[in-house]
Design a protein around this ligand. Structure first.
Ligand code: ZN
Length: 383
């Protein structure tokens, strides 16, 4: 392992006794309690390993879903593991479930880890275990998994059913808690032992070629034959791999056309761990007069984002807002001062409002008011 790995452990729920009456077994054991006991036991088990562990809560308190995501992001976690227990009407049910977000093809690293976890649940708890998409539960999946999808592998583990009487009695015992924690530990260790393949876009918008730095998880660039693929706007494109420099080069960036594009990679390292297909955005700049084109593009993308939001298409909504922000910012990079700069600030403000990015929202309201005090857009802002 090249650098220290960070895992964010998220004990589900908390501070929910007064509201979520259903998260309880027949003998009164509550899900949030069991979740935290497993999480703390897991933290202890990982203490001797070369792994940084972050918990989203350490006691019975309410933590917003977004706050859990933010904790993982702030810690720059490499993996997010949410710990839960299932509760069902049918009290005879008892098996293990591991959820990943959306579809397996688009989220292969999460599925990799989910498979490790399911394997150890089955082996140690002697329960049958399945790996499911969170779309089976909610039409847009779970908030935490959805929000982390473009960043790191993330899963929700439901080791067993709290609603199963015998299992509830078991879960009151420390050795059962320990056993579940052991499953998580073995899955985490097993997964990381096989390397965390990764990539980074290192060329800038001004470069002629696109250069992507590779890491197979062991400091090299060795991937399974033909498994490496580069996608631009969802389409696989030809690339050149330079294994000694550990980079992928896409020549002639201009051939992808003007505007903002999305790039991601797929591939397995030699130990069969998949790359997490984290998207990067890049812009094509051909000359210095394109700033107005980017404003147009940014406004168009903003309106598309509104449509995605209306249609509850969160995934596309998030990506499109980011693209809009990127295009608008890009117009500012090409030409920071021009007669329509207030329009750029105004649309950036609308974008930040959409994704609830308070800090940048306020910063850009300030820019608009300070730099263009007489702008007609100031009146359009909500008080
Ligand atoms: Zn739960």
């Amino acid at each position: 392992m090249e650098q220290k790995i960070t895992v964010c452990i998220d004990p589900g729920h908390g501070g929910t006794k007064g509201t979520d009456f259903f998260r309880e077994g027949e003998y009164g054991l509550r899900e949030e309690e069991v979740n935290i006991r497993v999480a703390l036991a897991l933290e202890k088990l990982l203490a001797d390993e070369d792994i940084e562990v972050i918990l989203t809560r350490r006691d019975d308190r309410f933590v917003e879903l977004q706050e859990r995501v933010d904790i993982a992001l702030k810690a720059k976690a490499d993996l997010f593991v949410s710990i839960h227990h299932s509760v069902a009407q049918d009290r005879s049910l008892n098996y293990s479930i591991v959820y990943f977000h959306k579809n397996a093809l688009g989220n292969p690293a999460s599925v990799d880890f989910a498979s490790y976890l399911a394997f150890y649940f089955q082996k140690r708890l002697k329960l049958s275990a399945c790996v499911y998409s969170d779309y089976l539960v909610f039409p847009s999946g779970f908030h935490v998994l959805r929000s982390l999808k473009d960043i790191i592998p993330a899963v929700i583990g439901e080791a067993s059913f709290l609603s199963h009487q015998k299992n509830e009695l078991l879960l009151q015992r420390d050795d059962s808690i320990e056993k579940e924690a052991q499953c998580y530990k073995e899955a985490i260790m097993g997964y990381f032992e096989n390397g965390l393949p990764n990539y980074k876009l290192i060329s800038s918008d001004d470069d002629q070629d696109i250069i992507i730095e590779l890491d197979d998880g062991f400091g090299g660039a060795h991937f399974k034959d033909d498994s490496l693929r580069v996608f631009i706007n969802g389409k696989s494109v030809p690339h050149k791999l330079n294994i000694f420099k550990k980079v992928i080069v896409l020549e002639d960036k201009k051939s992808f056309g003007p505007g903002c594009h999305e790039l991601y990679l797929q591939g397995n390292n030699k130990k069969d761990n998949n790359i997490h297909p984290k998207p990067y955005l890049f812009n094509n700049v051909s000359d210095g007069t394109e700033w107005s084109g980017y404003i147009k593009e940014g406004k168009k993308l903003y309106n598309q984002a509104l449509d995605h939001q209306k249609n509850n298409n969160y995934e596309k909504f998030q990506i499109t807002v980011q693209k809009a922000i990127e295009a608008l910012n890009h117009s500012l990079r090409i030409l920071p001062v021009h007669e329509h700069v207030d329009e750029v600030y105004y649309y950036l403000i609308l974008c930040f409002k959409l994704i609830d990015d308070r800090a940048r929202l306020e910063q850009h309201i300030k820019y608009l008011k300070n730099y263009v005090p007489s702008s007609e857009y100031t009146e359009k802002l909500d008080p």
